[in-house]
Ligand binder design. Sequence first.
Ligand code: SAM
Length: 255
Amino acid sequence: MKKLHELGQNFLTDSSVAAKIAAAAGIQAGEEVWEIGPGMGILTREILAYQPKLTAFELDRRLIPVLGNMFRDQLRLMHADILRVDWDELTQNAPIKLLSNLPYQITSPLLALLEKHHQSFSIIVLMLQKEVGRRLAAEAGNKAYGALTLRMRMIFDIETLLEVPAELFDPVPKVDSVVLRFTHRASPPALKNTEMFYRLIQLGFASRRKTLRNNLKSHFSAEQLQALEEQSGISLSRRAESLNEAEFITLADLL
Ligand code: SAM
């Protein structure tokens, strides 16, 4: 079967890696579990060893009979694009554990969906491109640190579990991968002005090389920005990438 690059079909070839991904979700028998993109079933098999109620979403029509023959009635197989299914409807069986060796081209929209529906998921274990993993794990001051880091980490604790070299996939992709586990942050910080926090992140990183003042000046008056600087004690001559979460919260709460 020809592997389709446009569907991110780089199949994992090492079942010990698949076993580690499945183990990382701590699945108990009977729990609701989703898998995105089961492909040829290498991870599916490991997940099923824990006897969950598994729903698997696979977009490639050719794989549906293959998976159906392999796993029969051990799972609910949906021939669907995970980006187009009705998440409100399907997440009614929450809490759900989500696992995937992600097709990399859907990473950004999928992370946005997980941010929106995070309350429905108790644990998420994803294999993604190493570069995205770096962005999610980055600390302030690091080049990889940005709006995505802050948005996802406002909700989740994100652990890097293992690095997976490109050679363990067929076909071999150009980049290495990393397995991350997302769990809810035990005590997320209280935001007085949630909307402003997210707006500030978006505006602050709009042009990474500009100072905060330059990124903000067409959205706030000079007086507002001066007052913000004085009250917060945070220089707006800094770049967004140097500010940690607490500093963004301070600014958002004052605006
Ligand atoms: N789980 C398998 C493994 O580990 O070898 C396959 C992983 S492969 C990286 C990604 C899988 O996701 C492929 O089977 C592909 O057909 C499927 N896929 C791609 N886009 C999808 C989408 N939007 N919704 C559901 N499945 C998708």
